[in-house]
Design a protein around this ligand. Structure first.
Ligand code: KIV
Ligand code: ZN
Length: 524
């Protein structure tokens, strides 16, 4: 967005290291917090809420270490209203260049009665005295009425007013339990501005219990909030906090909805920040997570892939490189079409057309039906299988059922097309592969022996493709090789064997030199 005289900054207040770290099961040590804080500074957040210094010695040390070494963002510490909390908070953030104390106290009837065991008057007095104490240390004091969405509006405004009167420059309105909905939250933010006079920045802090944290934060921005409290990947208590990457990219991507607003984030650092927070907290990022998920810019449906190959804006509203992702991914899976298949091969330098392309695409669809996604290595093996075999097949696999185990003799039930006629046989063997090959010999009537047999996994993982390569010498001395690919080793072996027998049939029919057709194809 181009900056104008009226452009206003939406302050990004990151609380990954405070509210985010309060997620169940997350416990970061000082070194890990320092690593994340340094990345947040690179990302360009305005504030880092580094922790809650009174909570533990570890929290205190982490906040102190961040305040001592991280430059750029203002370093903030959280504090309850008691003066000893505030004093400890100040001690922790003091080494920072710029510092903020964030004081909070609950204002909802439930919290006042059951948690604080304080009357509304006591809460008012606590808020006033805490903000005043914090102001003795720094000009930058933020005040939050905890559980604001369930607080009596008039009472909450009374508390906000005493906070402003005692020097709070930022009023942060937390939807502590993720109870609010966007329209209602926007109304509340707007109403606070109308009811509480003074020179302060309105801030919003939303939790995600109803999955509305980002929507509520953006509604608050539209209603006048100029600070958003959020975390990387949306981590936080229970269902988490508002996800920073989503808020930032909504404001950047839709300037007509958020006119004259800017955020100071280096968006190219978003994906890296997400990966770092995920790695250090052990919280995985869901594949389809907006902006930073690994599928956020991946397309599998054939129609979408075709559109993307013609013009990226057909199915993408953001540039993946602008958020630090590697780029658009056209994932090859069962929904992909011929255009994406051909494009993927072309990117690997594989140039095939006509019957070979058609045959490879048919095999690709068969394999993709069984395997979720096909990697480049899978494609390479698949094309090699097709290039290695004659296009006009004498023999084709129709169906194969193999039973094995430690008790019964391995048995294969096979149906094949042999010169255009369907043939079914049953055969036993020493193992399941042997039973399948014996059945193939019976069905085709080709006799001979395997002289070499290797099986490789194309990629890692339990759904990896098995790539079988074998050599065969027929009883009349024709030497050939065959290659087969499948998610199942026995089927891959059967396919490799049939590919080899097709070559035998071709040699017999044409008198061709078997070595001339026995080379795996050129993969570029
Ligand atoms: O959710 C909340 O209410 C908080 C406050 C401490 C701001 O995290
Ligand atoms: Zn919170």
């Amino acid at each position: 967005m181009s900056k104008t005289a009226t452009t206003e900054r939406v302050v990004i207040f990151d609380t990954t290291l405070r509210d985010g770290e309060q997620s169940p099961g997350i416990s970061l040590d000082v070194g890990e917090k320092l690593e994340i804080a340094a990345q947040l500074a690179r990302l360009g957040v305005d504030y880092i809420e580094a922790g809650f210094p009174i909570a533990s010695q570890g929290d205190f040390e982490a906040v102190h270490a961040i305040a001592s070494s991280v430059r750029g963002p203002v370093i903030c510490g959280l504090s309850r209203t008691s003066h000893s909390d505030i004093d400890r908070c100040w001690e922790a953030i003091e080494p920072a260049e710029r510092r903020r104390i964030h004081v909070f106290i609950a204002t909802s009837p439930t919290h006042m009665e059951h948690k604080l065991k304080m009357s509304p008057d006591q809460v008012l007095a606590e808020a006033a005295s805490a903000v005043a104490r914090a102001r003795e240390y720094t000009d930058d004091v933020e005040f939050s009425p905890e559980d604001a969405s369930r607080s009596d509006f008039d009472f909450m405004c009374d508390v906000l007013r005493v906070a402003v009167d005692n020097g709070a420059g930022t009023l942060n309105i937390p939807d502590t339990v993720g109870f609010a909905t966007p329209v209602e939250w926007a109304e509340r933010i707007r109403a606070i501005r109308e009811r509480v006079d003074g020179d302060y920045v309105l801030s919003t802090h939303c939790h995600n219990d109803l999955g509305l944290a980002v929507a509520n934060s953006l509604a608050a921005v539209s209603a006048g909030a100029r600070q958003v409290e959020c975390t990387v990947n949306g981590i936080g208590e229970r269902a988490g906090n508002a996800a920073m990457e989503e808020i930032v990219m909504a404001i950047r991507t839709r300037p007509e909805i958020y006119p004259d607003l800017e955020v100071g984030i280096q968006t190219e650092e978003l994906a890296r920040s997400s990966r770092m927070v995920s790695r250090l907290t052990g919280y995985p990022v869901q594949y389809n997570k907006a902006v930073v998920g690994r599928n956020a810019f991946a397309h599998e449906a054939g129609i979408h892939q075709h559109g993307m190959l013609n013009e990226p804006s057909t199915y993408e509203i953001m540039d993946p490189l602008a958020v630090g992702q590697e780029g658009t991914k056209l994932v090859l899976g069962k929904h992909s079409g011929r255009a994406a298949f051909k494009d993927a091969l072309a990117k690997m330098g594989i140039d095939i057309h006509g019957d070979v392309l058609n045959a490879a695409f048919t095999r690709f669809k068969e394999l993709a039906d069984r395997k979720i996604q096909l990697s480049d290595a899978d494609l390479e093996a698949l094309v090699a299988e097709e290039l290695g075999g004659p296009v006009d097949h004498a023999y084709d696999l129709v169906a194969l059922e193999v039973r094995g185990g430690t008790v019964n003799t391995p048995t294969a039930e096979l149906t094949m097309e042999v010169d255009g006629t369907e043939v079914s046989v049953t055969a036993e063997g020493d193992g399941m592969v042997d039973a399948a090959c014996t059945a193939i010999k019976q069905a085709t009537g080709v006799d001979g022996r395997l002289t070499d047999y290797t099986v490789m996994s194309v990629t890692g993982g339990v759904d990896a493709l098995a790539d079988v390569a074998l050599s065969f010498q027929s009883a009349d001395g024709v030497k050939v090789s065959g290659r087969g690919l499948s998610t199942d080793v026995v089927e891959a072996s059967a396919r490799a064997f049939i590919a080899a027998l097709n070559k035998v049939a071709r040699v017999r029919a044409t008198g061709e030199d078997p070595n001339a057709i026995d080379r795996p194809g050129h993969l570029g």
